[in-house]
Design a protein around this ligand. Structure first.
Ligand code: 13P
Ligand code: SF4
Length: 329
């Protein structure tokens, strides 16, 4: 594996893929040969979703990572998700096709700044949204996702003072649902903050039969007008179970693939962005995962997610606490 220095420079294997290769069948062969499980998030491209062993939201993927018997985990998502899988499987090889697959929310909470913030509230417990780095997880009492946030918050007594980080929009939404006054870190997701309220209202009046559904990472004005709010899995299930036929969807565009697959007769419209030309409904980090990079990752077993033992040991505690509280979800 002399080629590995290119990972350090670029974050992924910069090697040519043999021309004419049937990538889907090569990937399937390598996966079988090496006893690999491929875990994919709903935001990756349709072809990557279709070759994943499990496609899901952050909670579902953590639950799958916890119980896998594969020797190698390949994570098709973003770095914090692969880190979580590694923390839950410290002796396994966890691979991610591109180490640059970050997350704007995770980046919005640098560990030093968050530690200083936390120190201002010494009597507060910390709930961190899973979209954060392993370092932030070590500073947290429990982790949550958008699927289980209410349950996690309500696992604390009403009078326990809480910090919620890093997503202020999700934190605000959960404060409203639970009547808490959690102190919020000022972070947000670049994809979920770029929708145009005005254009969504226009679309709703053009299609009065459409249900507007939104991820709780969206800003408050959008959540106020939403017919349904939920995690990616909850949004998908809502469209499957609903008698309605048309949906305006305010979350990353990748989820539309599963929605269309599950309900072929229904119409799904991506919520419009402020800038119509930017393709902002795509998470540029999620879209760093490609078939070519996945093939090279399986072949060379690189890039690997490496974390210090002490970080993993500390970060595992709040993750396991979340999984315990979420057992029946
Ligand atoms: P879910 O947990 O709903 O899949 O959300 C993950 C995410 O990154 C949302 O932007
Ligand atoms: Fe992070 Fe937003 Fe991308 Fe989700 S959509 S991974 S929160 S940047």
């Amino acid at each position: 594996m002399d080629e590995q220095p290119s990972i350090k420079a670029l974050g992924y294997l910069d090697l040519p893929v043999e021309e004419g290769l049937d990538l889907a069948s090569e990937i399937a062969n390598l996966k079988k040969e090496k006893n690999v499980v491929i875990l994919g998030h709903f935001y990756i491209t349709p072809e990557l979703q279709d070759i994943s062993d499990f496609v899901g939201d952050s909670l579902g993927l953590s639950q799958e990572a916890e119980k896998t018997s594969a020797d190698i985990i390949v994570f098709l998502g973003v770095h914090f998700m692969a880190e979580t899988a590694k923390i839950l499987n410290p002796s396994k090889k966890v691979l991610i096709p591109d180490l640059n697959a970050s997350c704007s929310l995770a980046e919005s909470a640098p560990a030093d700044a968050f530690k200083a913030f936390k120190d201002k509230y010494p009597d507060h417990k910390v709930i961190s949204y899973i979209n954060c780095t392993a370092d932030i997880k070590t500073l947290s009492d429990v982790i949550c996702t958008s699927s289980n946030a209410v349950k996690i918050v309500e696992s604390f007594d009403k009078d326990t003072k809480l910090i919620f980080a890093p997503d202020k929009n999700l934190g605000n939404y959960i404060n409203g649902l639970t009547g808490r006054e959690m102190v919020l870190w000022d972070g947000a997701c670049m994809v979920h903050e770029q929708y145009s309220l005005e254009k969504i209202l226009d679309l709703k009046s053009k299609y009065p039969d459409a249900k507007f559904i939104a991820h709780p990472e969206c800003e408050k004005p959008l959540l106020i007008i939403a017919d349904f709010i939920g995690s990616t899995t909850a949004l998908l299930n809502y469209t499957i179970n609903s008698k309605d036929n048309r949906f305006i969807v305010a979350t990353e565009s990748g989820i539309l693939h599963q929605m269309k697959k599950s309900s072929p007769g229904k119409i799904f419209m991506p919520a419009p962005s402020v800038d119509a030309t930017c393709g902002c409904n795509d998470c540029s980090y999620m879209k760093l995962n490609t078939m070519e990079k996945l093939y090279l990752t399986l072949k060379y077993e690189q890039p690997e997610v490496i974390l210090k033992e002490e970080i993993m040991d500390k970060a595992r505690i709040p993750i396991l606490r979340m999984l315990e509280i979420s057992k029946n979800l």
